[in-house]
Write a protein that binds this ligand. Structure first.
Ligand SMILES: *[C@@H]1O[C@H](CO)[C@@H](O)[C@H](O)[C@H]1NC(C)=O
Ligand SMILES: *[C@@H]1O[C@H](CO)[C@@H](O)[C@H](O)[C@H]1NC(C)=O
Ligand SMILES: *[C@@H]1O[C@H](CO)[C@@H](O)[C@H](O)[C@H]1NC(C)=O
Length: 450
């Protein structure tokens, strides 16, 4: 081991280092702020760390000084909850305003929306393009044509507070699968015939609204869609949740069921009598046998799934291999990676090492984990320790606790980690003054890294 007298971890260099990449935690320079969650070796779980801190700029703070600023903006797929970025279940929530109609000029403004405050209208001119003409007969904006594939921006939409009005034909406009995540049509405003779902004279072959659970208000009118299958056999009352008498449902002059059948446009055999939105086991209103996520399946005896409750199957935990008996990672037949107590995990927590697929505790003197049980730094021991006993050949004999006294005959000495990049160049600059400083001040602090 070569000894490297570079400096790490006290005040005056730290201040500079923090300004560059690291965090300042109460005057101490750290790679990162103390985490909000900490591994608990007794319960094998991640618990809230009472000493956890948020990153506020380059400073670690216990409470967010002003809510929302500790995380300037959360990364993709995460949302800000009290200054902490937590994963969104599904797409992160975003509310957008509806428009008179969808067209090439506004379609991109609906990207990533989950709630449309207002209504969604698709008319022939949405695809064909059009020019705005004002009441005073002057011309406004001109919008070019738009391919139906652009409607895919609506795939994150979960709720429309107003209505959905579709009256458009295009050879490639054959289903509404771009609304596959739409769950609720609230119908707070309605269109023709007080409808909240109005689909007339379209080129649609199927609706594909596989997530639609509720139409809260307004009528459903589906008329004159010559190619449309499935719609007439949907048990629409299920979507009207108890208020069925208040609704009007009109399905007229859509494709004849007999022709749908001969064309193969029939519900999957695992769908119940409630009907379906399209071909496929993920398009059923409800399942004949079991539900597995979005799909309907015959039973839960397929590989990698288990019976969660009556009529519901679920996937085994991702860390399971060879099936499971329940939902969490302690119910696996085998672990895909390693086992920590009863739980299957991707990697052992940093205070443990992988002993042939089982996580075992590192020696208590280790810091930054270990590769084996031994109380030294090396292939069978700690990755590092705060203090170590070094023999005259500079080999580590064993690790000590940071505040443990050196045994008789040894003296305590500051040895510092190898630094690289910017920190190292700063360190070199400070080298001279540092030596001087160290001579004057005794620091009982030793850190090793091989
Ligand atoms: C016509 O109406 C539009 C929109 O209301 C307005 O922006 C435009 O200035 C008007 N043009 C004339 C000539 O009055
Ligand atoms: C629905 O329409 C899209 C876009 O035209 C198409 O790619 C997809 O195959 C259609 N889905 C079904 C089930 O027909
Ligand atoms: C379970 O479902 C699969 C797929 O549909 C089927 O092949 C299998 O026979 C079923 N097993 C039992 C026990 O019903």
């Amino acid at each position: 081991m070569s000894r490297y007298f570079t400096f790490y971890g006290t005040f005056f260099i730290c201040a500079l280092a923090c300004a560059c990449h690291n965090f300042n935690d109460d005057g101490e320079c750290k790679q990162e702020c103390p985490p909000m969650k900490k591994y608990n070796a007794i319960s094998y779980s991640w618990l809230t760390n009472p000493n956890g801190k948020y990153a506020y700029g380059a400073t670690c703070v216990g409470d967010c000084p002003d809510s929302g600023t500790c995380v300037q903006s959360c990364p993709l797929k995460k949302k800000d909850v009290n200054g902490e970025c937590v994963p969104c279940a599904g797409p992160c929530s975003k509310t957008c305003q509806g428009a008179v109609s969808v067209h090439n000029g506004n379609i991109d403004s609906f990207k990533d929306c989950t709630i449309l405050e207002g209504s969604l209208t698709i008319l022939d001119h949405s695809f064909d393009g059009f020019q705005v003409v004002y009441q005073n007969f002057t011309f406004g904006d001109k919008y070019p044509e738009m391919h139906p594939s652009k409607l895919e921006v609506f795939s994150t939409l979960e709720e429309v507070t107003g209505y959905i009005n579709i009256q458009a034909t295009h050879p490639e406009f054959t289903n509404l699968s771009f609304l596959r995540n739409l769950q609720v049509i609230s119908g707070r405003e309605t269109t023709e015939y007080f409808s909240s779902l109005y689909i007339a004279k379209t080129s649609l072959k199927s609706l594909g609204l596989r997530s639609l659970r509720r139409i809260s208000s307004g009528n459903v009118y589906i008329l004159e869609n010559n190619n449309l299958c499935f719609a007439e056999n949907i048990r629409w009352l299920k979507l009207f949740k108890g208020d069925e008498l208040k609704f009007q449902l009109l399905l007229q002059n859509n494709k004849n069921e007999k022709f749908c059948r001969t064309g193969g446009f029939v519900c999957h055999e695992e769908c119940s009598e409630d009907g379906c939105w399209d071909i496929g086991d993920d398009q059923c209103l409800s399942c004949r046998n079991f539900k597995l996520g979005d799909r309907c399946v015959n039973n839960c005896s397929m590989f990698g799934i288990y019976e969660k409750e009556s009529k519901v199957c679920a996937n085994c935990h991702e860390e399971c291999e060879g099936g499971c008996y329940g939902s969490d990672s302690s119910n696996c037949v085998r672990c895909k990676n390693v086992k920590d107590g009863p739980y299957c995990v991707a990697t052992c927590p940093s205070s443990k090492y992988n002993n042939n697929g089982e996580c075992e505790n590192c020696h208590g003197n280790c810091i930054e984990g270990c590769k084996g049980p031994d109380n030294n730094v090396g292939e069978r021991g700690c990755n590092s320790c705060k203090k170590a006993l070094v023999n005259d050949k500079n080999d580590i004999e064993y690790c000590l606790q940071e505040n443990e006294q050196c045994p008789y005959g040894y003296f305590s000495e500051l040895v510092v980690r190898k630094s690289s990049g910017l920190l190292k160049s700063m360190v070199d600059e400070f080298q001279t003054s540092l030596k001087h400083f160290l001579q004057k001040r005794f620091l009982d602090y030793t850190a090793f890294k091989l």
